[in-house]
Write a protein that binds this ligand. Sequence first.
Ligand code: ADP
Ligand code: MG
Length: 244
Amino acid sequence: MTDLKVDVTDLKKNYGSNHVLKGINFKVKNNEVVVLIGPSGSGKSTLLRCLNKLEEPTSGSIIIDGHDISDPKTDIDKARENIGMVFQHFNLFNNLTVGENITLAPVELGKLEKEQAEFVAKNLLETVGLADKYDAMPASLSGGQKQRVAIARALAMKPDIMLFDEPTSALDPEMVGDVLEVMKELAKDGMTMVVVTHEMGFAKEVADRVVFMADGHVMEEGTPEEVFDNPQNERTKAFLDKVI
Ligand code: ADP
Ligand code: MG
C-alpha cells in the first residue's frame, strides 16, 4: 500500500497545437492539503480536470488511490465518486432546491437511500452554516452561500479527495471568509485537498505544500514558508511579487 492519494507522472495535455501541460509530475499524500498557484493560463484547471477525467490526458499516467485512471479496466465512474470537485461558478442545479442538489447524486448513484441522503444533507448544511436553507432555491442564495452548498453537495458523496478550482474567485470579498472557513475545517478534519486559489493567506495557513505552475510545468514546490518566503525560481518570484 502506498500513502499516495494522487500520483501523476509526466502528464501531457495538448489542445491541438496548444501544449498546455508539458510533463507534469504531481503527487498528493493522504490527508495532505496542496495549494496550486500560478498565472492564468498555466494549466492549473486542466490539471485538476485531468484528475477526474473531465479531460482526457494526451499522455502520462494518473494514479488515484492506486488505480490507474487511464487503464480501460478501471471503473472511472467509481473512481469519480471518490473525487469531489468544487468549481469557481458553483454549478448548482438552479431548478432544484438546495436539499435536492445535495441528495441527487448519492441517491441516483445508489450510494444512499433517499432518507439517509436527506439526513446527510441536513447535517452537511449545518456544517457549512446553512442549516435553514434545505428547502431554499439556489437563486435566493448569495454567492458565498451557493459555494457552501456546492461544497456540501460534493461532500455528500463521501469523497476521499476534494479538488477546488478557484472556489472564491467569483465571490464578493465579504463572502470569501465564510467559504475559506469551511475549507479550513475540512482540512482540519483530515480531508485530502488540492486547492487552486489566489488566496495566499489561506495557502500560508492551511497548505502542507504549495505547488507553483507556469507554462504547463511545475516550476517549484515546497512548504508555504519555502515557497513564499524564499522562492528559488525567478518565475515564482515574479508571480509572488504581483499577487502578494
Ligand atoms: P489556468 O487554470 O491555469 O488558468 P487552464 O488550464 O484553464 O489554465 O488553461 C490553460 C490553457 O489551456 C489555456 O491556454 C487555455 O486557453 C487552454 N484550454 C483550456 N481548456 C481548453 C479547452 N477545453 N479547449 C481548448 N483549449 C483549452
Ligand atoms: Mg483555471
